[in-house]
Design a protein around this ligand. Structure first.
Ligand SMILES: NC(=O)C1=CN([C@@H]2O[C@H](COP(=O)(O)OP(=O)(O)OC[C@H]3O[C@@H](n4cnc5c(N)ncnc54)[C@H](O)[C@@H]3O)[C@@H](O)[C@H]2O)[C@H](O)CC1
Ligand SMILES: [K+]
Length: 477
């Protein structure tokens, strides 16, 4: 499931045109695909309204109206902004009328309302007739279907004034970024991608169940505890001992072979009874500062529950020189430049931390989080896991995954620590770093979704996320 910006779609259309696949054909394909999909949700007795705009999104609506009427559905086409302006939509409109099909006026009640007013080429806020008709449509009790994206939503940014409140949005060829951004995602309703005959893929995609099934490795039966490597977790302080506990359990429940927790003597004392499976490096952070990185480690996570920025900075200087993949979280996330090194650096900020790291205000980040995560990942050469609803995982080579699992139950202190522990385990054990990171994020969200099936989201604890992991991972093994 790929994600394309409005500009990319335009470019793809131009390439298609040059290679002989004209927009008229793409529009025909779009209308037919919409018809095939819609048939699953409508009946012949339903009164269907199709609202078409003047651009190509409107053209898709015109083709859909033809298919519906020619197959015996009760469908009326309206053009609230007037006749098509786009050359291709106008051609399809001419074909529509030459088939003896009519244009109607909005009148009475409808069972189904289709929004083909504006698509990827429009810039909100809405104006004129379009604004009025969207306001009217939102007040109707009908099944609401948007073509490509809900009118009033921008393709690439997460904001909207008043937009079409869809039950379903059928995205053509691929998703647009706004399908995953606060301020617009809720207008989409349930979303689905429909193919229209274009071959292009994107470096941005949704990390789906299929990806996890394809990449999540079965635990080898001949494995021993050394097979998966030892993870070093530098976390927890006398004031925040719980962070080390949550991250440690997250790592162990995710299958880490051996875990060394570098923490204060006091925290190690508290944790020893709760996580007897781990080894402890007393004053581990200080030891790293002094150049004593425990030997034989496969990866290192640093940050949860660490309060002292100077000490962290010194420890990072030492760790950057090691060949360990590094997961940097919470207290260790600051504005800094990252060195180029062989092993990966994975940062796991929430929007507030990302704002601290970049100086970009949180609302701007949220409006455009795919873009900003990718920009940061590429400029700094680090894997950026920008957390929150629809976590974005951006890689230095431009690849980007959006994770859709998880719910508001995760909006609670400690769940980030759990994820850091999970990442430490997955990065230590899995061969491919991209799927290791994405699968950890996916399973973290799945735990919350599993909990939400039978229990109130608000009652979820970070420790529950870890506890549910074995059940979740079982279905992928
Ligand atoms: N490759 C594909 O995915 C294809 C998708 N198709 C469809 O085409 C649209 C994009 O079409 P485009 O003509 O570029 O733009 P729109 O239809 O979204 O709108 C242009 C139209 O809207 C007016 N307008 C712009 N902003 C506003 C506003 N704020 N208020 C009111 N009116 C506005 C503008 O003046 C123009 O008249 C894509 O989404 C798909 O649905 C193709 O069918 C095939 C290839
Ligand atoms: K639309």
């Amino acid at each position: 499931m790929h994600i394309f910006t409005g500009a990319e779609i335009k470019q793809i259309d131009q390439i298609a045109q040059k290679s002989g696949l004209d927009v008229f054909t793409l529009m025909e394909n779009a209308g037919r695909a919409l018809f095939e999909e819609m048939k699953k949700h409508i009946g012949k007795k339903d009164r269907i309204l199709i609202m078409s705009g003047k651009g190509n999104n409107g053209g898709d609506g015109i083709v859909l109206a033809r298919y519906l009427q020619q197959h015996g559905y009760s469908c009326e086409l309206v053009l609230p902004a007037g006749k098509p302006k786009s050359e291709t939509a106008l051609k399809h409109f001419t074909h529509y009328t030459s088939c003896g099909l009519k244009v109607s006026e909005i009148q009475g009640k409808y069972d189904v309302i289709v929004d083909a007013l504006l698509g990827a080429g429009a810039t909100p806020p809405l104006q004129g007739e379009i604004q009025k008709v969207i306001h009217w449509a939102n007040e109707q009790h009908a099944l609401k279907i948007a073509v490509d994206l809900p009118t009033g939503v921008s393709a690439d940014e997460g904001w909207a004034d008043e937009a079409f409140q869809a039950n379903y949005t059928y995205c053509l060829h691929g998703y647009k970024p706004s399908a995953f951004l606060e301020g617009s995602t809720d207008y989409y309703g349930e979303k689905k991608v429909l193919g229209i005959g274009l071959p292009q893929e994107s470096k941005w995609q949704v990390w789906t169940e299929e990806h996890v099934k394809r990449t999540f490795q079965k635990r080898e039966q001949k494995a021993h505890k050394g097979t998966f490597g030892t993870g070093l977790l530098l976390a927890g302080s006398d004031e925040m001992p719980g962070s080390a506990l949550l991250a440690g359990i997250g790592a162990l429940r995710s299958g880490i072979g051996k875990l060394t927790i570098g923490t204060s003597r006091f925290v190690a004392g508290v944790l020893a009874g709760r996580i007897p499976e781990a080894m402890y490096a007393h004053d581990g952070l200080q030891k790293v500062v002094n150049g004593q990185v425990p030997k034989g480690m496969k990866a290192c996570a640093i940050g949860p529950g660490l309060p002292n920025p100077e000490e962290i900075e010194q420890a990072l200087k030492v760790l950057f020189q090691s060949d360990l993949p590094l997961i940097i979280d919470a207290g260790a996330l600051q504005e800094r430049r990252y060195p180029s090194r062989k092993a990966e650096i994975i940062l796991t900020p929430h929007p507030g931390e990302f704002s601290k790291m970049t100086g970009i205000p949180v609302p701007d980040i949220q409006k455009n989080r795919l873009y900003f995560a990718q920009k940061y990942a590429q400029e700094q050469g680090v894997i950026t896991v920008l957390k929150g609803r629809n976590t974005v995982i951006a890689f230095p080579d431009g690849d980007l995954f959006v994770n859709e699992t998880g719910n508001a139950g995760l909006a609670k202190g400690g769940t980030g620590d759990t994820l850091t522990g999970m990442l430490l385990a997955f990065v230590s054990a899995e061969k491919d770093i991209k799927s290791a990171v994405a699968n950890a994020v996916y399973f973290h969200g799945c735990s919350a979704d599993h909990w939400g099936k039978t229990k109130a989201q608000r009652g979820l604890l970070a420790s529950d996320v870890s506890e549910l992991l074995p059940d979740i991972m079982k279905s992928f093994e």
